[in-house]
Structures are given as structure tokens and as C-alpha cells.
Design a protein around this ligand. Structure first.
Ligand SMILES: Cc1ncc(COP(=O)(O)O)c(C=O)c1O
Length: 415
């Protein structure tokens, strides 16, 4: 359920008409529904209420400060993958002890900052990273709690670019190498290994992959406990999929909770989760205006003012996003490729879509863009990044201004 709905054949986000939003803020425009974000957070909190769990929102999915504030105000923590994300999360009010720091390439500065603010854990992805942490901890004589991120070699059915749980990917420590790595910090006075972590991929639609990963982590945690390590938690990462086309049938958040509870319920291990997409994905849409309509022989094109720089997912992952006309005028329909103005054939938002025949000036909404939309945006073709608004009931807040052209070259040095 999201909050983009037609009322009298006109599309609304919550109680605000998309036509009004476009005329007040211009297009392209990222529109987010605060109620959807809150409902998704609450579903997570409820689904995991019977097991000690920390829900750490994956900041990378949508890092706008106002979005983060909404999420943290409900009691969620953060999963960050760079010092930039850490500082953002802190600025938005997250409690440092609710932050986990993931990522395959944390550098010295990032590790030092994480230690100094007192994050809950660094999720360590290699022996090299572990040795760096050990060195820093010994120099500073500060304790740091870590989880070792395990790569459990699980083949999930998702786009290969977002599958992260196979040994051939760069992520985590192969499960067979765990014992070799962990002995470097056995009984270490400052580096305390308290947990195991994994993140097997994103946009996962089957629960069995999560269950398999949880089983593997539980088994490894028990093995380590018998060897004298005090492993007390598992971080299962993010990855729960959502519906992009109304046809794929993702598990609900509560089914996901039940599945993990089945494996970990009596384990005595505290659970950490890092959901991103499942919190913000269906809360957002990109409002875009048709610039031109053209026909090239057999193909019909709708050229809109949003492009791959605003939403790279269709081009990068061949991802599908539903596209709606803002006025549901029941006109003759046409099959059209909805494309942006960027000079790449890969610059499309949707191919072969049947929509009410568009004309210049019409508005469209590209749905389910709350996650990995604005956070993956770029300035390609010297296109200013779009503004962002947060709608809550009948009120709307500008939460990021549209970039000005001047700001795009402000940092460049030209004699
Ligand atoms: C380590 C880690 N945690 C959490 C996430 C969030 O995944 P999702 O948005 O699919 O829940 C990602 C996404 O790439 C990730 O790499």
C-alpha cells in the first residue's frame, strides 16, 4: 500500500494533488509520502517486537536529512557505508549506539571517526580491514565492537549487480575463512567481536534465501561461542524486496519477521537488520513533465524532463518502474517509450508502456522511486539535481532545493 492514488481521475500524493505539486515546485520532482515511510517503519518495529532487534535503516537508500529524521524519530537506527553517511545520520539525530557501519572499503579516517562517536559496530569485511582496526584501537586504546561480515555463498534470485552473497562478489569474508580471520583478535583487549553480519543482496522476493543465511550465521555463531568468543548478535543486513510492477509478490514485512524468528527466535542472539528499500521504496515517485512526443517509424517516444541522472535504475539494472499519467483521462492509449533528454540510448524510464496518449505539457509519475532514486542521482549532461518534497496529509515541505546551474560548476577552477 502506498499513498499515490487517483481522486476524481487526478493523481494525488496523500491529500495533495500532483498537479499542484508540479506547479508549485516544478519538475522533475521527487515526491515522498511521509505516511508511507512511517507505516513501513512501524511494520518493521511490530514484526520484530517479540525478539530483541535493532532496525538500522540503510541510509544509502534515501539519505535526505528530512527522510532520515522521520525514520530516526520512530526509534530506528542507521546502517551507514561511508563517513558522509555517518555524519548525515548523526546530523539527523540518530543515536550513535544505534549505528552499524558497513562497507568493503572503510579507510583509516572513517574507522577513527566511527570509533570516536561510539557506533554499535563496525561490520568488518576483510582481514586487511580487521588489522587496520586493530592497529587504530591499539594506538588510541579505545574499545571497538565489531561484527564480522560473512559471505555465506548464497545465490539469490535478483539482479546480479545487487546480489552480494556469493563468494565471487567482493563482499564479506568467505565463511570458510572466518576462523583464520577471527584468530587475529582472539582475546584482544580493544577489538571485541560481538557479532556476525551478512547482506546477501537486494530486492529479494523469496524468504528461503534469508532463512538459509540466518541458519548459516546461527551455526557459525554457535561454533564461535564454543571456541570461547562471546558472539551475542547477528546482523542480517537488508534486502527485502518490494513490488515495482504490482505483479511481483514480495513477502510482507511480517512474513519476513516470522521467517527470521523461526530460525533465530530461540537462539539467544540479538538481531540487527538493515532495511532500505522496504522502508522508503514505495514512499516515493518522480513527477515529470512531457517535453515532446515523437514517432520514429514504428516506435513512439514520450520525451520527459526526468532522465537517467534522476533515476538510474532502469538503465543500470533494467529495473521496471510503473509510469502513471497524472490525469487519468481514459483517452486513446498508445504504446510508448518514456525517455529522458540525456544523450544515451540507455536513458529511458520505461520502454513499451501503454499509457493514455500523452502530449507536451502533460504530467507523468514514475512510481516506487523512494529508494535508490535521488540517492543515486548525478549531474550527467550538466543537469541540476531535482528538488525533493515530503508530503504529509494536507501539508507539503520542500526538503531539498532544486540545484542551480551555477552550483554545478562552483567547485571547478578555471583561470
Ligand atoms: C550492507 C548493506 N546493508 C543494507 C542494504 C540495504 O538493502 P535494501 O535496500 O535492499 O534493504 C544494502 C544495500 O545495498 C547493503 O549493501
Amino acid at each position: 500500500m502506498d499513498h499515490f492514488q487517483y481522486k476524481n481521475d487526478e493523481l494525488y500524493c496523500e491529500e495533495i494533488s500532483c498537479v499542484e505539486l508540479a506547479s508549485q515546485f516544478g519538475t522533475p520532482l521527487y515526491v515522498y509520502s511521509a505516511s508511507t515511510i512511517r507505516e513501513n517503519c512501524q511494520q518493521f518495529l511490530k514484526a520484530f517486537s517479540k525478539h530483541p532487534t535493532e532496525i538500522c535503516y540503510a541510509v544509502k537508500a534515501n539519505y535526505n536529512l528530512s527522510v532520515l529524521k522521520e525514520v530516526f524519530s520512530l526509534g530506528l537506527g542507521a546502517d551507514v557505508v561511508s563517513v558522509g553517511e555517518l555524519e548525515r545520520a548523526l546530523k539527523a539525530g540518530v543515536a550513535p549506539h544505534k549505528v552499524v557501519f558497513s562497507g568493503v572499503g572503510k579507510n583509516r579516517g572513517e574507522i577513527e571517526r566511527a570509533i570516536s562517536v561510539g557506533v554499535a559496530a563496525l561490520n568488518v569485511e576483510s582481514l586487511s580491514e580487521l588489522l587496520l582496526i586493530k592497529k587504530i584501537a591499539e594506538e588510541t586504546k579505545k574499545k571497538i565492537s565489531i561484527n564480522l561480515r560473512v559471505n555465506p555463498n548464497i545465490d539469490v534470485r535478483t539482479n546480479p549487480y545487487i546480489a552480494t552473497g556469493l563468494h565471487k562478489t567482493k563482499f564479506g569474508i568467505a565463511d570458510e575463512l572466518l576462523l583464520e580471520v577471527i584468530q587475529h583478535i582472539k582475546n584482544h583487549p580493544y577489538v571485541i567481536v560481538e557479532g556476525l553480519a551478512c547482506h546477501i543482496g537486494s530486492q529479494i522476493l523469496e524468504l528461503d534465501s534469508f532463512e538459509q543465511a540466518a541458519q548459516r550465521l546461527k551455526q557459525l555463531a554457535y561454533e564461535l561461542q564454543t571456541m570461547g568468543y562471546s558472539i551475542s548478535r547477528v546482523d542480517m543486513g537488508g534486502g527485502l524486496g518490494i513490488s515495482y510492477d504490482g505483479k511481483d509478490n514480495p513477502p510482507s514485512i511480517s512474513q519476513y519477521g516470522e521467517a527470521l524468528f523461526k530460525v533465530l527466535g530461540t537462539s539467544g542472539l540479538k538481531l540487527y537488520l538493515e532495511p532500505g528499500r522496504a522502508i522508503v521504496g514505495n514512499a516515493g515517485g518522480i513527477l515529470t513533465r512531457v517535453i515532446h512526443v515523437k514517432k520514429n517509424k514504428a516506435r513512439h517516444f514520450t520525451v520527459v524532463d526526468a532522465a537517467m541522472n534522476d533515476l538510474i535504475r532502469p538503465c543500470l539494472y533494467e529495473a521496471f518502474h510503473e509510469i502513471l499519467t497524472v490525469r487519468n483521462n481514459h483517452d486513446d492509449k498508445v504504446i510508448t517509450d518514456v525517455v529522458g533528454p540525456v544523450c544515451e540510448t540507455g536513458d529511458f524510464l520505461g520502454l513499451g508502456r501503454e499509457i493514455a496518449t500523452p502530449k507536451s505539457g502533460d504530467l507523468l509519475l514514475v512510481k516506487t522511486t523512494g529508494a535508490y532514486g535521488s540517492s543515486m542521482a548525478s549531474n550527467y549532461n550538466t543537469r541540476p539535481r531535482a528538488a525533493e518534497v515530503l508530503v504529509s496529509g494536507t501539508s507539503v515541505k520542500l526538503i531539498r532545493k532544486r540545484e542551480s546551474l551555477e552550483s554545478l560548476w562552483e567547485l571547478e577552477l578555471c583561470e
